[in-house]
Design a protein around this ligand. Sequence first.
Ligand SMILES: *[C@@H]1O[C@H](CO)[C@@H](O)[C@H](O)[C@H]1NC(C)=O
Ligand SMILES: *[C@@H]1O[C@H](CO)[C@@H](O)[C@H](O)[C@H]1NC(C)=O
Ligand SMILES: *[C@@H]1O[C@H](CO)[C@@H](O)[C@H](O)[C@H]1NC(C)=O
Ligand SMILES: *[C@@H]1O[C@H](CO)[C@@H](O)[C@H](O)[C@H]1NC(C)=O
Length: 378
Amino acid sequence: MVGFLKSLLLIALLSCAYGLNQCAKYLCKTSDQDFLPETCAYQDNITDTYYARKCSDSSYDCVSDATSSYQFNYTCKVPTPLPVNSLPGEWCKTLDDCLYSTACNDGICIGTPKGQPCTYNGQCEPGTFCSSSNVCTAQIEIGETGCLYDSQCVNNGACNITSQNDLSMNKCLKFRSFSVHDPVGHCNTGFSTLCPYIYCAEKEPYMFYCTDLFSTANGTGTQCEMNNRGDCDSNEDSFFSPAYSVEGDCTCGFNSERISYCSALPGDAPYKKYMAQLLKWVASEAIFSCNTLNRFDDNCIKTHWDKDNYNTYVYYEMQANGYQWYVNAPDCVMEAFAQNYLQAQAAATGGNDNDNGGDDSATFLVSFSILTLALISQ
Ligand SMILES: *[C@@H]1O[C@H](CO)[C@@H](O)[C@H](O)[C@H]1NC(C)=O
Ligand SMILES: *[C@@H]1O[C@H](CO)[C@@H](O)[C@H](O)[C@H]1NC(C)=O
Ligand SMILES: *[C@@H]1O[C@H](CO)[C@@H](O)[C@H](O)[C@H]1NC(C)=O
Ligand SMILES: *[C@@H]1O[C@H](CO)[C@@H](O)[C@H](O)[C@H]1NC(C)=O
């Protein structure tokens, strides 16, 4: 959630480029530019160029002054702490950090136990969901029938929804256990977590199948033109007719050449690393300690997975989702505008010394992911 908001800010920053199809240019501050001590960037809106440098403290955010009318300065500010909003099973310091919980015990939010009344899935303790009769009920095991939503299945499973009426036809099955071109019950906006490569498509009316693995046809992180549709297209899967393919986003990056790049698709190298780490999480015991809605949420992963795996996960996730922004970006620009990414990188690769006791979740920029979009039908 936190990450989602932060990445929207980032996207707004990158897309407010001057000129319709032109990207901004990102450079380091030059020696003849006289910045105030707290200034981290300056935007020249005549040439649409940003001049950046890092803040004196890496925990600061570099934010727009917004009030200026002609030249736009960016200033280093202490980040405003964001509310924690942990679901049952996730970390807390006090009950204020918890959503829908009755207590914060031993640093974990405590929700409604099995057998007790509920209104939302988010209230129920890990291992349970809020049933149609409004009782927190044990999640359905892999191979058993009776589900209508993914949230009703155990945390490493999803519901193969074959019928909306006869729930005995719907089975909870393991995440990503299907093969390419297997039939799948439903395909939620083109995604199914039962499919090996997440994408699915309709072949005949109301008949959905898992697709092949999609990568960017012209190579990971290929350059693209904003209004040239097709530059970021994937390979085609001709099992479907017409052949099915997907399209990455063509997005301005933090580079000095005004170049836009294609976002990574699941078959592209950065995404593969992220997927592998996600699968490791799904195969771990720790996933069962999450509330059903937050089984893939960074906040729950942070609470229950070991630190190395969590740090790797966050870094790969940001790399997979933000590849197009960071490729070929000057260091000074990364330090000003993508400090969260650099910190995740340092944490994952062992170069991070300034651990402040574990309460650093709000400083991580975690990008919006097609996975988190696609996951968990409630
Ligand atoms: C931006 O900062 C520079 C110095 O760092 C200052 O001279 C200039 O007036 C500032 N512009 C605005 C609009 O605040
Ligand atoms: C620069 O920004 C000012 C204030 O927003 C605006 O009036 C001016 O037209 C801009 N110049 C260009 C070249 O966009
Ligand atoms: C999943 O659902 C589809 C569509 O109803 C069905 O054809 C398929 O056999 C199911 N898969 C499994 C493994 O049960
Ligand atoms: C890939 O690149 C070639 C030439 O470099 C271009 O003609 C083609 O349209 C590109 N394909 C896609 C899907 O962008």
